[in-house]
Design a protein around this ligand. Structure first.
Ligand code: NAD
Length: 746
């Protein structure tokens, strides 16, 4: 076929005087290239043309955009699942499976066609090249990446419960030592150009403007079999980087790999298991069969509950929230230029850093110059760490620090678009600060409070303009945690909300918008997790089993570890404040007893003073405090403890709190509850979040489970009315919009 006969929309295709074609991927109307059915169809045409046209020597694939491509359109994969469900009803399981398998391996077959078409293909990569796009590059016979700071390659599919199903597992495992390949596939990390070359994932690195020319040169030179369009793994005598699977060397790899997989995933992620199996089985087969094995696992994982839940929450919902799903559309966007941060302590210093990093000018105020400077020094420290790792230059640090003005003078706050306070958690101090700030800021400046426990509506009473007052709740450490809770006080207006959301977007975090209530949303759920750990301890469950149950349930750390991180004295203070403000019934006496004993009798405040539920020996690893075994009046024997029940208790306690937050209208959108729970406090990601966990097992099963726990462990497990109603009606948080469910429950 003549190149000119091609009908391309998403690629430009031209052949130079040397007979080397350049396919420039540049999708109209999109800022980023993604793999869609249309792109696949055009790629097929390109492959056919290159293979069939005797005048074309080979082809370079590059991008016409700032980045190569972010990979496959996940909504396309979601669509496959929907189609499968439709076919199963219409034509039965077998036919549905057959079609699903064929459809889900189309990309894999296309890439295989590219690498076996008989002509060399080269990928010229600049910017991100991830997932299905990197799999395309892996199928090319030569890969060159730009040395630009923005260039990243990788296979992050595991992060949404999937795995690379277009040849990624097989090609990576044939390019790298098996252990390294498995690590790369398990972690889903994004890798810079130079590192990718050192790892053997790309062949060369060059300045951005030279990658296409160098790729062409490689084709033109035509040296070696690859340049004739033959991949190393298709050559006779190809040797696997780690030797055969069934060899003494192979046997050094697989038993520990399996152990690492268990340790890292606790068996909760079928996609990780599939990677292990696909690589293990695939490495024993020639490429075509290996790809078929990978496809079989891919089709299975694509239909898994875990992948569906993770794609929905961590990709689709998260993107929607980041793009302003909750932003009032009738308020014009604010392009923030200058923000104020009052209180340059632990949190304020972090907020100043992320703001300056996003290019905003920051005024960082504290009680005296020394305290303010100390807050600014935090940015110096973080940037120096980045420089050490080669991720930033001295000039970047200087520029960032130049954007932070540390001062004790409130007058400097003049002209700020937004001021966030992060002073002591004391209503009197906050009231004073609100008055001082409002005395200098302009009429349009929004005031945000980073309080973690004080109701926003109460604080807003100290404000002269409560409609411009909003909660902007960060999580620590600010520079690492992605979530920001925006809290609407009773009088918070929509412009305040819009500006707060514009700010969160500018600093590249993910917002959830919640209504004012004790603990807002995230801390309520976290509190329930920690309390459950406390109560287990008081029941006599061996502490190591409590911690293991937390991790096996999918939480990043056990409840006792977590409490050590946030501090035991803080937990005791919250318990006491709750008792004083809500009443004695709002607090579990066993929990209060435990915390009082730990903090007041034993002086154990957590990691910060080197002793909490754990001991923190200098230079050594932390270990559970010996004294814990004497706390419970009747210690249980490990064999009498039901691990499955511990795991259920730890997740159900949090999910119930999330459901109550919906019932009480603190959270109004299930996407926010789910996204917030995973990125805010690490709620078992494979479930898709607190509410998806309930939906995933079905409201009826969840209510039954909670009710059985209620019978055994008390009222805190009582399922709220909203859930009981859903259980009866067969409703779910996503099927029935939360609002409708609430209306029914009310
Ligand atoms: P911190 O004690 O580290 O910092 C508070 C800072 O405020 C200090 O530098 C102090 O000098 C300054 N300050 C006090 N009074 C001031 C005044 N009148 N004017 C100017 N500055 C003043 O406390 P933190 O941990 O950073 O917490 C700050 C706020 O953030 C609190 O409301 C807290 O509840 C909230 N918060 C904390 C966390 C956390 O994990 N630490 C998480 C979320 C929210």
């Amino acid at each position: 076929m003549e190149a000119t006969l091609m009908n391309l929309t998403h690629f430009r295709f031209e052949t130079d005087s040397d007979g080397i074609a350049l396919a420039t991927w540049d999708m109209p109307g999109r800022s980023m290239n993604v793999i869609t059915p249309e792109v696949m169809a055009e790629l097929a045409q390109i492959i056919e043309t290159v293979a069939g046209d005797g005048a074309i020597k080979g082809c370079v694939i590059a991008s016409g955009k700032d980045a190569f491509s972010g990979g496959a359109d996940l909504t396309m994969l979601q669509g496959l699942g929907v189609e499968y469900a439709r076919l199963r009803t219409a034509k039965g399981e077998e036919e549905a499976m057959r079609v699903f398998f064929e459809e889900s391996r189309r990309l894999s077959l296309l890439y295989r066609q590219l690498e076996t078409c008989g002509k060399p293909f080269a990928a010229a990569i600049h910017g991100v090249c991830l997932g299905g796009a990197f799999e395309l590059a892996l199928a090319c016979h030569f890969r060159i990446a730009s040395d630009d700071d923005k260039t990243r390659v990788g296979l992050p599919e595991i992060k949404v419960g999937l795995f690379p199903g277009a040849g990624g597992t097989q090609r990576v495992a044939r390019l790298m030592q098996t252990g390294d390949a498995l690590q790369m596939l398990f972690k889903g990390e994004q890798i810079r150009g130079l590192m990718a070359r050192n790892m053997g994932l790309v062949h060369a690195v060059a300045p951005k403007d030279e990658i296409v020319a160098k790729a062409k040169e490689w084709i033109k030179a035509g040296e070696g079999s690859a340049a004739k369009g033959v991949q190393p793994w298709d050559e006779k005598g190809f040797k696997l980087p780690s030797n055969k699977v069934h060899s003494p060397a192979g046997m050094q790899i697989w038993p520990p790999a399996n152990a690492i997989y268990r340790r890292e995933t606790q068996g909760n992620y079928p996609a990780a298991q599939a990677i292990l199996s696909a690589v293990y089985e695939g490495l024993q087969l020639p490429m075509d069969l290996a790809l078929k094995v990978e496809s079989r696992y891919f089709a299975k994982i694509l239909r898994s509950k875990e992948a569906a839940a993770m794609i929905r929450t961590l990709f689709i919902s998260m993107q929607e929230l980041n793009k302003g799903a909750r932003r009032p559309s009738d308020v014009p966007p604010t392009k923030l230029k200058k923000v104020g941060v009052v209180g340059a302590g632990f949190m304020g210093a972090g907020i100043a850093y992320v703001s300056a990093l996003a290019g905003l000018n920051v005024v960082l105020v504290d009680r005296d110059q020394e305290a303010a400077d100390k807050g600014r020094d935090y940015s110096h420290k973080l940037m120096s760490g980045q420089i050490m790792k080669g991720r930033a230059k001295t000039a970047d640090r200087d520029a960032l620090l130049a954007r932070i003005k540390a001062t004790a003078d409130y007058a400097e706050l003049k002209g700020c678009d937004l001021v966030v306070e992060a002073v002591f958690e004391d209503p009197k101090v906050k009231a004073e600060v609100i008055a001082k700030v409002e005395a200098v800021i302009g009429p349009k400046t929004i005031f945000g409070s980073n309080t973690s426990t004080l109701p926003i509506s109460g604080l807003a009473q100290s404000s002269k303009r409560p409609n411009q007052f909003v909660g902007v709740h960060f999580f620590s450490p600010v520079e690492k945690m992605l979530l920001v809770e925006i809290i609407m006080g009773k009088k918070t207006g929509k412009r305040a909300l819009a500006v707060a959301l514009d700010f969160v977007r500018a600093i590249k975090k993910t917002p959830i918008v919640v209504n004012d209530a004790r603990g807002f949303y995230a801390n309520r759920c976290v509190g329930a997790y920690i309390r459950e750990g406390h109560l287990m301890l008081m029941e006599g469950v061996p502490p190591a089993m409590i911690e293991a149950a937390g991790k096996q349930a999918g939480m990043p750390v056990g409840p006792l570890s977590l409490n050590d991180e946030v501090a035991l004295d803080l937990a005791l203070r919250i318990v006491k404040a709750t008792k004083a403000q809500v009443g004695a019934d709002a607090v579990d006496p066993q929990q209060e007893k435990l915390l009082t004993f730990m903090v007041e009798d034993k002086g154990r405040a957590g990691r910060k003073n080197g002793k909490g539920f754990y001991d923190y020996p200098e230079g050594g690893e932390k270990r559970l405090w010996q004294g814990l075994s004497d706390i419970a009046p009747k210690p249980l024997r490990p064999e009498d403890v039901d691990m499955a029940e511990l795991k259920n208790r730890l997740l159900v306690a949090q999910a119930l709190e999330a459901a109550r937050s919906v019932e009480e209208k603190v959270v109004t959108d299930p996407r926010e509850a789910d996204v917030g729970s995973i990125i805010g406090f690490g709620f078992a990601p494979f479930t898709g979040g607190t509410l998806s966990y309930i939906d995933g097992m079905g409201a009826k099963a969840f209510v039954d489970l909670a009710a059985s726990l209620q019978k055994k462990h008390g009222e805190r497990f009582k399922p709220p009315r909203l859930l009981r109603r859903m259980a009866k009606d067969g409703g779910s948080f996503y099927a029935a919009p939360a609002k409708a469910a609430q209306a029914k429950a009310a």
